[in-house]
Design a protein around this ligand. Structure first.
Ligand code: ATP
Ligand code: MG
Length: 393
C-alpha cells in the first residue's frame, strides 16, 4: 500500500476498536489499482456519523445528512462516510435523503461503476463483489447492476461515465453505452452545477477527444447548456490536437469553433463565475487579434503575457503547427518590454500639465498614450528627463 493509505490506517483502526467496520473505498482504491498517484483517500464505515464524531475529537460536519464527516487527523483531512443506500430516487436525480445501512455490500452496490465499487481493508485486502478489478484490467467502464436502472436513478452517471473515459482512456461497456444513448434525455433533469463539474473534468482528461466524440455520438450534447445545435462543432473539436490545452483554453476553443458571438451570456448558462468568463472572453479576443497579425510589442503589452500565450497556443492548433518556438519568442519579447503597465511610466498627467502649463483635458491622456507607445517600442527611455527632451526638442 502507498503512503496516503498508510497514513490513514490509524483512523480505520480507531473505528474498528470502537466496534465498527471501516474500509478504503471509491476513486482512491481504483486509482491505486491502476498504479496512479493518489491524493485523498475516502473511508466508508458502518459507524453512524455521531458515532464517528464521538470517536474523533476533531471533525467537521460537511454533510451529515449524507453521512459524511470530515476527520482532521495529523494535519490531513479524511472524508468518512457511513455505509448507505440511495434507494428512493426522485426525478432521475440523487435523492435528498439517504438510508444508513450496516453492510459494506449494500454500500458498494449503490456506487456508479464497477471500478468505483471496490473496497480495501487496512491490510490491503481487496473486497470486490462486482468484479471491478476485471473492469480495470480490461479498461472497461460498466455500471454496477443494470445500466438502465442506474441511469434512471441518477442521470448524471451518464456524464460521469464519459468523463472517466476521458480521464482514464477506458472504453464504455457495450450495454452501458447503449443505455446512455437510450436515456440521454434524462440528463435534462440534472442541475447545471453537477453537469459542469463532470464536463470540466472531461475537458481536461487525456482522452478528451474520444470523450467529446462520445458526447456527440450518444446525443448527450443536446442537454448541455447552449450545445443543442453544436454537434458538428463537437466533432470538429474532437479531431483537433487539443490534448495539451488547459481548462480555460479548452473553453476558449469551444467558443471559437462553436462560433459563439456573445460569450458572457453563453457561459452564464453554465453558471460559471464572472471572473472566469472574462478570462475566457479575453483569450478569444486575443485569438481574433492574433489571426489578423503576429504579436508586436504593443499588442503583447496590451494583452498581457498569459492571455497572449493561450491565444497563440490555440492559434497554433488551428494552423496545425508546433507552438513551442512561437511561445518562447513571445515570452522573450514580453520580458524585454521596458514597462509592463501604464503605472510604471516615469511620467504622469501632472508632469505634462506642469511642463506645458496648460489646463488638464483630453490632451493629457492622448499625450500619455503617445509616450507609453514610444517607451514600449524603445524609442525613448522610461526616464523623466529623457521623455521631456524627446517631447519638446
Ligand atoms: P475522482 O478521482 O475524480 O474524485 P472518484 O471516483 O473519487 O473520482 P467522486 O466524484 O469523488 O469520484 O466520487 C467518489 C465515489 O463515490 C465514486 O468512486 C463512486 O463510488 C461514488 N459516486 C460518486 N458519484 C456517484 C453517483 N452519482 N452515483 C453513484 N456513485 C457515485
Ligand atoms: Mg474523489
Amino acid at each position: 500500500m502507498n503512503k496516503p493509505f498508510l497514513k490513514a490506517v490509524p483512523i480505520i483502526e480507531k473505528i474498528e476498536k470502537a466496534g465498527h467496520e471501516a474500509y478504503f473505498v471509491g476513486g482512491a482504491v481504483r486509482d491505486f489499482l491502476l498504479g496512479k498517484e493518489i491524493d485523498d483517500v475516502d473511508i466508508a464505515t458502518s459507524a453512524l456519523p455521531d458515532e464517528i464524531q464521538s470517536i474523533f475529537p476533531k471533525t467537521v460536519d460537511v454533510g451529515i445528512e449524507h453521512g459524511t464527516v470530515l476527520i482532521i487527523y495529523e494535519h490531513e483531512s479524511y472524508e468518512v462516510t457511513t455505509f448507505r443506500t440511495e434507494s428512493e430516487y426522485e426525478n432521475y436525480r440523487k435523492p435528498k435523503e439517504v438510508h444508513f445501512v450496516r453492510s459494506l455490500l449494500e454500500d458498494l452496490k449503490r456506487r456508479d461503476f464497477t471500478m468505483n465499487a471496490i473496497a480495501m481493508t487496512k491490510n490491503g485486502e481487496i473486497i470486490d463483489p462486482f468484479h471491478g478489478q476485471d473492469a480495470i484490467k480490461n479498461k472497461i467502464i460498466k455500471t454496477v447492476g443494470l445500466p438502465e436502472e442506474r441511469f434512471r436513478e441518477d442521470a448524471l452517471r451518464m456524464m460521469r461515465a464519459i468523463r472517466f473515459v476521458s480521464q482514464l482512456d477506458f472504453q464504455l461497456d457495450e450495454k452501458t453505452y447503449e443505455s446512455i444513448c437510450q436515456n440521454q434525455h434524462l440528463l435534462q433533469h440534472i442541475s447545471v452545477e453537477r453537469i459542469l463539474v463532470e464536463f470540466e473534468k472531461l475537458l481536461q482528461g487525456k482522452s478528451r477527444k474520444k470523450a467529446l466524440k462520445l458526447i456527440a455520438d450518444s446525443d448527450l450534447y443536446q442537454w448541455l447548456p447552449g450545445l443543442k445545435d453544436k454537434k458538428a462543432s463537437l466533432y470538429s473539436i474532437s479531431e483537433m490536437n487539443i490534448e495539451d490545452l488547459n481548462l480555460e483554453e479548452m473553453w476558449a476553443i469551444l467558443m471559437i469553433v462553436m462560433e459563439v458571438s456573445n460569450i458572457p451570456p453563453f457561459l452564464k448558462m453554465w453558471r460559471m463565475p464572472g471572473k472566469k468568463i472574462k478570462k475566457i472572453q479575453s483569450i478569444c479576443k486575443a485569438y481574433e487579434m492574433r489571426k489578423k497579425e503576429r504579436w508586436s510589442k504593443k499588442t503583447l503589452y496590451q494583452t498581457g503575457l498569459s492571455i497572449a500565450l493561450m491565444a497563440e497556443h490555440i492559434f497554433s492548433i488551428f494552423e496545425q503547427k508546433d507552438p513551442t518556438n512561437e511561445l518562447n519568442k513571445i515570452t522573450f519579447i514580453y520580458h524585454s518590454l521596458p514597462i509592463k503597465h501604464r503605472s510604471e511610466l516615469s511620467v504622469n498627467g501632472n508632469d505634462l500639465i506642469q511642463w506645458e502649463n496648460k489646463k488638464s483635458g483630453p490632451w493629457v491622456k492622448q499625450r500619455l498614450e503617445l509616450i507609453e507607445e514610444a517607451v514600449i517600442n524603445g524609442i525613448v527611455q522610461n526616464e523623466k528627463e529623457q521623455i521631456r527632451k524627446w517631447l519638446y526638442s
